[in-house]
Ligand binder design. Structure first.
Ligand SMILES: NC(=O)C1=CN([C@@H]2O[C@H](COP(=O)(O)OP(=O)(O)OC[C@H]3O[C@@H](n4cnc5c(N)ncnc54)[C@H](OP(=O)(O)O)[C@@H]3O)[C@@H](O)[C@H]2O)C=CC1
Ligand SMILES: Nc1nc(=O)c2c([nH]1)NC[C@@H]1CN(c3ccc(C(=O)N[C@@H](CCC(=O)O)C(=O)O)cc3)C=[N+]21
Ligand SMILES: [Mg+2]
Length: 286
C-alpha cells in the first residue's frame, strides 16, 4: 500500500484564492487587513519563516508590517513594540515569532498582545475561549491540520488520534480542537513521560507527530491505513527533517509530507485569522 499524500501546497493555494477575493471585498469597504510580525534576533530559521509570511501577504493583498529587533533587546523594549502594534490601526493582527532569546519572558510577551489582534490564536484569553467553546481566533497549525484532514475526507468523528507532543503551538491545542463536538475525535496526548509511545501510536487512526525529533515515528508504530501528519521540524546537518520516517508511507493510508504538508497551511491560516478580524471590523461577519 502506498499512502495518499495530503498536499499542503495545493490546499494552501485554494485557501489563498478564497482569501484574495475576501481581501478585495474588504478593500472596497475601505479596510485593508495588515499582518504584523515581531522578530527578535537573527536566527536564520525564524527569519525565513517571517520572510515567508510577508511574501504570502503580498500574494493575497494584505499589508505587511515588520518589526525586526536586535537579539539583545530588553523586555521593556520588546513590550514597547508590542504596545505600538496594539495601537497601530494599520495592523489588524500580528505575531511575536517564537522562540524568543532566552533572556526574554515569552509568556509575558504573549499576554501583552491585544487578544483581538492575536493572529496566532495563542493568547491565554483566546486559548481560554477555545476551552470554553467560545468564538476566538484558532491556533494556526491545529486549524491547518483539521482542514487538511477534512479536505482529504479522512474520517475524524469517532477516530482515535495519537498526538506526539504537548507543546503550546501544536500538541496541546490540537487536542482541544479535535475533541470539540464538531470533530468528536478521541485524543491521546503523548510526551516524554509516556510509558510506551509505540503502543499508543499503534492504536491510532490518526497520528499527529509534533515533537521536533527527526524520524521519531517509524513504520512499525503505524496501524495499516492510518493517517499520519508530520508536523515537527528539525534543522539537521542534512537539512530540514520531519518527525516521521520515510517508510511510514508504505504502511499508512494518508501521509502529510514535510515540507509541503502542514507548514503551508499554518501560514495560510495565519492570514485567514487576520482577514477574519478585518471582516469583523468591517461588519462583514458577526
Ligand atoms: N509545520 C508547522 O507548521 C509547524 C511546526 N512546528 C514544529 O512542531 C514541533 C512542536 O512544536 P510545539 O508545539 O511548539 O512543541 P515544543 O517544541 O514546545 O515541544 C515538543 C513536545 O514534544 C515532546 N517530545 C519531545 N521528544 C519526545 C519524544 N521522544 N517522545 C515523546 N514526546 C516527545 C515534548 O515532551 P515534553 O513536554 O515531555 O518535553 C514536548 O511536549 C516543533 O518541531 C516545531 O518546530 C511548530 C509550529 C508550526
Ligand atoms: N509565533 C509563532 N507562530 C508560529 O506559527 C511559529 C512560530 N512562532 N515559531 C516557529 C514555528 C514553526 N512554524 C512554521 C511555519 C511554516 C512552516 C512552513 O511553511 N514550512 C514549509 C517549508 C519551509 C518554507 O517553505 O519556508 C513546508 O512545510 O512546506 C514551517 C514551520 C511556525 N511557527
Ligand atoms: Mg520548539
Amino acid at each position: 500500500m502506498t499512502a495518499t499524500i495530503l498536499d499542503g501546497k495545493a490546499t494552501r493555494d485554494e485557501i489563498f484564492e478564497d482569501l484574495e477575493a475576501r481581501v478585495a471585498a474588504l478593500k472596497e469597504k475601505g479596510i485593508t487587513p495588515g499582518l504584523g510580525t515581531i522578530l527578535v534576533g537573527d536566527d536564520p530559521g525564524s527569519a525565513a519563516y517571517v520572510r515567508g509570511k510577508h511574501s504570502d501577504c503580498a500574494k493575497v493583498g494584505i499589508t505587511s508590517i515588520r518589526r525586526d529587533l536586535p537579539a539583545d533587546i530588553t523586555q521593556e523594549e520588546l513590550e514597547a513594540t508590542i504596545d505600538e502594534l496594539n495601537a497601530n490601526p494599520e495592523c489588524t493582527g500580528y505575531i511575536v515569532q517564537l522562540p524568543l532569546p532566552k533572556h526574554l519572558d515569552e509568556n509575558a510577551a504573549l499576554e501583552r498582545i491585544d487578544p483581538d489582534k492575536d493572529a496566532d490564536g495563542l493568547h491565554p484569553v483566546n486559548l481560554g475561549r477555545l476551552v470554553l467553546g467560545k468564538e476566538a481566533p484558532l491556533p494556526c497549525t491545529p486549524r491547518g491540520i483539521v482542514h487538511l484532514l477534512r479536505r482529504y475526507e479522512v474520517p475524524i468523528a469517532g477516530a482515535h488520534v495519537a498526538v506526539v507532543g504537548r507543546g503550546v503551538t501544536v500538541g496541546r491545542p490540537i487536542g482541544l480542537l479535535l475533541t470539540r463536538r464538531t470533530e468528536n475525535a478521541t485524543v491521546t496526548l503523548c510526551h516524554t513521560g509516556t510509558r510506551d509511545l509505540a503502543a499508543q501510536v499503534r492504536q491510532a487512526d490518526i497520528v499527529i507527530a509534533a515533537a521536533g525529533v527527526p524520524g521519531l515515528v517509524t513504520a512499525d508504530m503505524i496501524k495499516p491505513g492510518a493517517a499520519v501528519l508530520d508536523v515537527g521540524v528539525s534543522r539537521t546537518a542534512d537539512g530540514l527533517r520531519g518527525d516521521v520516517a520515510d517508510d511510514v508511507r508504505e504502511v499508512a493510508g494518508f501521509v502529510s509530507p514535510n515540507p509541503g504538508g502542514v507548514g503551508p497551511l499554518t501560514r495560510a491560516f495565519l492570514l485567514s485569522n487576520v482577514v477574519e478580524r478585518a471582516e469583523q471590523l468591517a461588519g462583514l461577519s458577526d
